[in-house]
Design a protein around this ligand. Structure first.
Ligand code: PEP
Ligand code: CO
Length: 455
């Protein structure tokens, strides 16, 4: 194996590579970026790795989620606050159902780069580069907007810093009302479309949660503040390696290199080739690293990825995020789990039920069905239960806004509703109500899992 450096990835094939016109300008921006203060600290990265190690043993559960693509124009306080709110609410519901603490990791403060299935896009006979996310180019369909502009790396970095600044303040006790389920917007559960048993179940859960939190509060304000002064971590797809390597540093008092753009970067389904640049870059850093695994992954390749990305088998280091799709999960997942186990590799298994379940309506709109998403989580839980392993977390594309991008759920979104508020720049997200309902349904299923003793 070659020696690793923060630029050794440049000697490997770069899947989804960006073509910049002026390489000197890229170098200058990377140097400027590398001199700015980091977005996260090595201390936080190490702490997250420790928490993920506990999740690998079934003693914690990971909730990871956020936009498919963050954008510079949506770096707005209302959007950030609403996203944090739904995230916190979901995590409380999952703690209640799963009887274990939840690790909250947003797709936030850096989720600006997108892999695309085609490098160019054709509209009315005009062909332009595809939109690769605000880190690379702009969504408007003009040749100027679609030109890869390295200065966007600096813009995104600044916006990530502003986003994180608000998220950190909110996490530090700024969300008193969110801890009270009686303040949540649950009116939609009363709609006719919700079967009575489910409605009763939701009401009971909310009631129990309120009581439990009220009880904690009665014990003394500190206790609730401690419970809810939420630890919150960030993640994004580490797609643009210029951006990631610019902020990859050694840190005093610690060994190794840290990617300080985010706590937990992940490698996408399209860039996880064993001999590619992404695996080369991410094998060298101390951060926990996620890898998306779709139905085409061979079990032996998953084992090789684990060996390459986590050669010491370090607890909490490697997160396998499976995104098989509801149709494939029961046949594609078991061989993977078995191969990884037989090879003695330690990973945290997480289910992304979004990316294998994208469909297109007859009028050409990309969507996902609430039921497919939920069903993939349930089937994934079944597989892990049958094989005696743990599902250690879930990964969603969601927003706190009232968008209409995914169909189904108690809110009753139909294909006809999709055009009403379809706001995503990339994949369809669960809206506030769908996300909250999803957490209720998963919590309900998780409450049947055996309890893992605290150590
Ligand atoms: C994503 O998470 O937005 C994504 C592109 O996922 P995947 O790499 O699994 O397709
Ligand atoms: Co997506």
């Amino acid at each position: 194996m070659n020696t690793w450096s923060s630029t050794s990835w440049k000697s490997k094939p770069v899947a989804q590579d960006v073509h910049y016109d002026n390489p000197q300008e890229v170098d200058a921006i990377v140097t400027a970026l590398g001199r700015l203060p980091p977005l996260v600290t090595a201390w936080e990265v190490d702490r997250l790795r420790g928490l993920l190690a506990e999740a690998q043993e079934g003693r914690r559960f990971l909730l990871q989620g956020g936009d498919c693509a963050e954008s510079l124009s949506e770096c707005r306080p209302d959007i950030i606050i609403n996203r944090q709110k739904i995230f916190l609410q979901m995590s409380l519901v999952l703690i209640h159902g799963g009887h274990r603490p939840v690790i909250r990791v947003g797709r936030i403060a850096g989720q600006y780069a997108k892999p695309r299935s085609k490098p160019t896009e054709m509209r009315n006979g005009v062909e332009l580069p595809s939109y690769f996310g605000d880190l690379v180019n702009r969504p408007d369909f003009t040749s100027e907007a679609r030109r890869a502009d390295p200065r966007l790396m600096l813009d995104c970095y600044h916006h990530a810093a502003m986003t994180l600044n608000l998220v950190r303040s909110l996490s530090d006790g700024g969300f008193a009302d969110v801890h009270h389920p009686e303040n949540w917007d649950l009116s939609f559960f009363r709609q006719a479309a919700v079967p009575p048993e489910l409605r009763t179940e939701y009401e009971q859960t909310t009631h129990k949660l309120s009581e439990a939190l009220g009880f904690m509060e009665a014990l003394g304000e500190r206790t609730v503040t401690d419970l809810t002064r939420v630890d919150f971590y960030t993640s994004h797809e580490g797609l643009n390696l210029h951006y990631e390597s610019a902020q990859t540093h050694r840190v005093p008092q610690r060994t190794g290199w840290y990617d300080l753009t985010t706590h937990m970067p992940w490698i996408g389904e399209r860039t996880r080739s064993l001999d590619g640049a992404h695996v080369e870059f991410f094998r060298g850093i101390r951060n926990p690293v996620g890898v998306k695994l779709g139905p085409s992954v061979k079990p032996e390749d998953a084992v090789r990825l684990a060996e390459r990305l986590c050669p010491d088998n370090e607890p909490g280091k490697l997160v396998f995020i499976t995104r098989m799709g509801v149709q494939r999960v029961t046949d594609a997942l078991p061989p993977l789990v078995q191969a990884v186990r037989n090879a003695g590799r330690r990973v945290l298994w997480v289910c992304d039920p979004m990316h294998g379940n994208t469909t297109t309506t007859s009028s050409g709109i990309k969507t996902r069905s609430f039921n497919d998403v939920l069903r993939e989580v349930e089937l994934t839980l079944d597989v892990h239960e049958q094989l005696g392993s743990h599902l250690g977390g879930v990964h969603f594309e969601l927003t706190g806004e009232d968008v209409t991008e995914c169909v189904g759920g108690a809110a009753g979104i139909t294909e006809q509703d999709l055009e009403r508020n379809y706001a995503t720049l990339c994949d369809p997200r669960l809206n506030y109500r769908q996300a909250l309902e999803m957490s209720f349904r998963i919590a309900q299923r998780m409450s049947r899992l055996p309890r893992v003793p605290r150590s």
